[in-house]
Design a protein around this ligand. Structure first.
Ligand SMILES: Nc1ncnc2c1ncn2[C@@H]1O[C@H](COP(=O)(O)OP(=O)(O)OP(=O)(O)O)[C@@H](O)[C@H]1O
Ligand SMILES: [Mg+2]
Length: 557
């Protein structure tokens, strides 16, 4: 197996929710209710693996269903048609139980012709169109072949288009391919389409905007990094059995990778290699520092190469070093256009075009303004490991004081070592204390409709024995109260909080805001009760956004 290639079978992990959606879509389709699916997610998040694993399971259980796998190559329309033909031929030979081995297309068509003469003619005609460079005719005709496959095999047909965003690029050769595709999808009631693509923004536009041509024909499935528990199982399962790794270190890996399976995979492999080489049986902080140096700092490291090729392919190829200047500026904390413009010397009038492109490439995203006086929105890097690389590796390269590799490496190792130590000490404090620390860092921050002031004091407050308030904040004009729970909150819990708030009021204090922080979710009736009492509710997503904004590590659930 090559690291970074799609994985299936034993190598494939989790994605139970997504797999369940795919199977229920299939069930509905078999009952005559078709819902096409668009799998969308960032680079290397596992889209192709999910499709391939779905097909693998499907073949094992319902071998009659035809899964036509089509990969859209970059700027290569001929390659697209070849991929379609291959997808059809491979599936037909499979249901005919004929091993493919080193068969030529001509040989394959001869075999197919015996059972499926119409499909065979269709494919030959398609080849004819493409040989004559009649690509628009070929494109039109292609969807007819999918229908013939369905009719002649009398089986369900699922067409998978991977890297679908490239369909739009084919627009330079084909006339409105997306429009045509939409018409076909709309008319073909009995062929199921599952498309997937990297450019989340772009595919989202295709699938969810009301003015877009694919609106209404695709349901979008967002693929994200693993959640903590799954990431943790992934690490435990993938690592060598003889090596032990602490929960703290797994949490650290989760923190820096954000649960991205590709990064996790690289780091776990690297841990295995390193420990084997050194004869270690335990992952220490030093091991973590070393493998991060190997993979992220060293130019032959897999994560290094992934990021440097992202810069080369996505940014430098666009012929401007302005993109890299902008993302470096954002990585170092200049998030507002005015600051970015000052740092990069790109004028405020030309900057928006670059920011827009970087958003389309899914490298940066808009974040809500954190300060009242921020006239414009702010921007952040989407991938926090990329951000770390830009700051700790890419930028060091240009630092004139750190010209030689070994001094740069020392700086990197020292910084990483700080991050690991800092993480362990933050983790040791517990969630409640860390959230309390977060509250003490606010300074007129805008967050989810609130302006959170700079508090004079933030503490844990005992009202009576066994009656404590987790986060009690003193503001000039009154008190802010926040309660943190690690259990799913119910009505009783909300009434408990209400009781404590009343006690504070009875003592003559003005309570300005009450924030309920629910790390594990909240029951609907409890949520309704919060509304009635004017309590604000934050979940894990909100709290982690704020933690990130203040440079703190994520709270794990
Ligand atoms: N479910 C999974 N279980 C285990 N590893 C996974 C899983 N999904 C992804 N990976 C890891 O991530 C890598 C990339 O996966 P994959 O090629 O499926 O992603 P992708 O989103 O299709 O990427 P691309 O943007 O390059 O098309 C794999 O090589 C593997 O290391
Ligand atoms: Mg892929």
């Amino acid at each position: 197996m090559v690291l970074g290639d799609p994985v299936t079978g034993k190598e494939f992990f989790d994605r139970k929710k997504e797999m369940a959606i795919l199977f229920s879509t299939l069930e509905d389709y078999e009952k005559g209710k078709k819902r096409n699916i668009a799998i969308v997610g960032l680079r290397k998040i596992g889209k192709t693996s999910l499709m391939k694993e779905f097909i693998r399971i499907l073949h094992a259980s319902k071998s009659g269903i035809l899964c036509l796998e089509v990969y859209l190559p970059e700027n290569d329309i001929q390659g697209f048609f070849t991929s379609c033909i291959k997808g059809i031929v491979i599936e037909l030979l499979r249901i005919m139980k004929i091993p493919i081995k080193a068969m030529t297309l001509t040989d394959a068509l001869k075999i197919i012709e015996q059972n499926y003469p119409r499909i065979s003619i269709g494919i030959k005609n398609l080849i004819d169109f493409t040989n004559k460079v009649k690509y628009d005719d070929a494109f039109d005709y292609l969807f007819g072949i999918f229908e013939i496959v369905r009719e002649e095999t009398k089986n369900c047909v699922i067409v998978f288009f991977d890297e679908f965003q490239r369909m739009q690029e084919y627009g330079s050769i084909l006339i409105s391919p997306i429009d045509k595709f939409r018409q076909k999808v709309m008319n073909q009631k009995d062929i199921l389409y599952i498309i997937s693509g990297s450019a989340v923004g772009m595919i989202n536009k295709l699938t969810s905007s009301s003015s877009s041509p694919l609106f209404g024909h695709f349901e979008s499935m967002q693929l994200r990094g693993f959640e903590f528990e799954d990431a943790s199982n992934f690490v435990l399962e993938k690592k060598e059995k003889t090596i032990s790794i602490s929960q703290e270190n797994i949490a650290f890996l989760f923190e820096i990778t954000n649960g991205n399976p590709f990064y996790l995979d690289i780091l776990v492999h690297s841990i295995g290699r390193h420990c084997k080489f050194k004869g270690y049986t335990r992952v220490s902080n030093e091991v973590l520092e070393q493998i991060l140096t190997d993979e992220i700092f060293q130019s032959n490291g897999s994560i290094y190469q992934n990021f440097s090729s992202l810069i080369e392919q996505s940014l430098e190829r666009r012929g401007s070093i302005k993109y890299t200047k902008i993302i470096k500026s954002i990585a170092f904390g200049s998030r507002r256009p005015s600051q970015i413009s000052k740092n990069t010397r790109i004028s405020l009038t030309t900057l928006p075009a670059y920011l827009k492109k970087l958003q389309e490439l899914e490298i940066i995203q808009r974040s809500n303004a954190t300060k009242k006086n921020a006239r414009f929105s702010e921007y952040e890097l989407i991938d926090s490991l990329f951000e770390l690389w830009l700051k700790q590796v890419y930028s060091l390269k240009e630092d004139s004081l750190l010209r030689d590799l070994s001094s740069r490496m020392q700086v990197f190792k020292k910084n990483i070592s700080h991050i690991v130590l800092d993480y362990n000490s933050q983790l040791g404090k517990g969630d409640e204390a860390r959230i309390r620390e977060l509250f003490s860092m606010f300074n007129n921050d805008h967050a989810f409709g609130l302006i959170i002031p700079k508090f004079e004091k933030v503490e844990r407050k005992t009202l009576a024995p066994n009656k404590e308030i987790d986060i009690y904040c003193y503001n000039i004009s009154g008190i802010w109260i926040a309660e943190v729970t690690r259990e799913r909150i119910n009505i009783t819990e909300i009434n408990n909080i209400k009781d404590k708030v009343d006690t504070v009021k009875e003592e003559g204090n003005k309570v300005e805001k009450v924030i309920v922080i629910t790390l594990k979710g909240i029951e609907q009736d409890a949520l309704d009760l919060c509304k009635k009492y004017h309590f604000i509710v934050w979940g894990i997503v909100e709290i982690n956004k704020l933690m990130k904004r203040k440079g703190m590590f994520k709270i794990l659930v």
